[in-house]
Design a protein around this ligand. Structure first.
Ligand code: ZN
Length: 297
């Protein structure tokens, strides 16, 4: 099977209409919390901290952990390249959760240091701010970039749709099992941030993935803006070097060989007062309308 077998309605051919160059669509009014204060978050990343706990996520599995507000946590690839599917909820209200689409519009389709991961409506506030990223922004010859909001988790339904097979090894299933002890279900699992995953859109506007470039020393560091429930899945596609849909094509053994664990390291700031000078707990957007609806007179 070649890449050309994937059909697209889109054309690689560009048409010149003589249009002005479009601007980025989302930009903030002065005082908007859209962009993080770089000085503040650099300070948080560099501030003295105490290591609280490390949680291990075994290859091809998922974990969910509560992380208190004002903590710093790192997602790591301790044994080498491995893609991580990340979901985040407000620990006290799971209806507030990560909104990949709006985050993509407000920052970029791939995220890195100082970008924030925003929650859904009717909240729209940062769940976390990215404070460090050892892979940093990357842009390769195919247009691939790292830490992806374009795609979502792999799941058994799309696998069945594509391959005709029933397979249980998927991020959606890993995340579902991980959150069950917290009273959440499959319906709470949402579009992910694909940490350590290189993706892009090809000339036909089709989503592609490249092999994960992370090494044993890489990490993705986040500041918890709220009390969080964080779930991660060590994607059963591993580093994506052997990616394919359907496990009976003889690929499974190769796929297992490229699967590695992930870890979440949690740190507390030694001196919150000094490190968080100028920081405020994020508030929900104070939109005062009611979608134009009026109550009974
Ligand atoms: Zn996956």
């Amino acid at each position: 099977m070649t890449e050309l077998d994937a059909s697209s309605s889109q054309t690689p051919k560009k048409t010149t209409f003589g249009l002005p160059r479009p601007k980025a669509a989302y930009y903030p009014h002065p005082g908007s919390p859209l962009y993080a204060d770089k000085e503040l978050y650099t300070g948080i990343s560099k501030a003295p901290k105490t290591h609280v706990k490390t949680y291990r996520c075994e290859p091809r599995s998922g974990i969910a952990v509560k992380i208190p507000a004002r903590s710093v946590f790192r997602i790591t690839t301790p044994e080498g390249p491995q893609v991580c599917d990340l979901n985040i909820w407000n620990a006290h209200n799971p209806r507030e959760r990560f909104w990949a689409a709006r985050t993509r519009q407000m920052h970029s389709a791939h995220v890195s240091t100082f970008d924030r991961l925003w929650s859904n409506l009717p909240y729209l506030r940062p769940l976390v701010t990215i404070t460090d990223d050892t892979l940093s922004a990357r842009h390769d010859e195919w247009g691939g970039r790292v830490h992806d909001t374009l795609g979502t988790r792999c799941d058994p339904y799309v696998d069945k749709l594509l391959s005709g097979e029933d397979n249980d090894l998927h991020c959606h299933s890993n995340l579902t099992r991980a959150v069950l002890p917290y009273g959440l279900t499959e319906f709470d699992v949402h579009d992910v941030l694909n940490v350590f995953q290189v993706t892009g859109l090809n000339e036909y506007d089709q989503y592609f993935m490249e092999t994960c470039p992370a090494t044993k020393s890489d990490y993705f560091e986040l500041f918890a803006e709220q009390d969080l429930l964080v779930a991660i899945s060590a994607c059963p596609g591993g580093d994506l070097s052997q990616w394919g849909w359907g496990e009976s094509e003889g690929d499974e053994s190769k796929m297992i060989d490229c699967c590695r664990p992930l870890e979440i390291e949690v740190y507390s700031l030694d001196d919150e007062e000094s490190a968080l000078k100028g920081w405020e707990a994020p508030k929900v957007v104070d939109y005062k309308g009611n979608h134009g609806l009026k109550g009974p007179q």
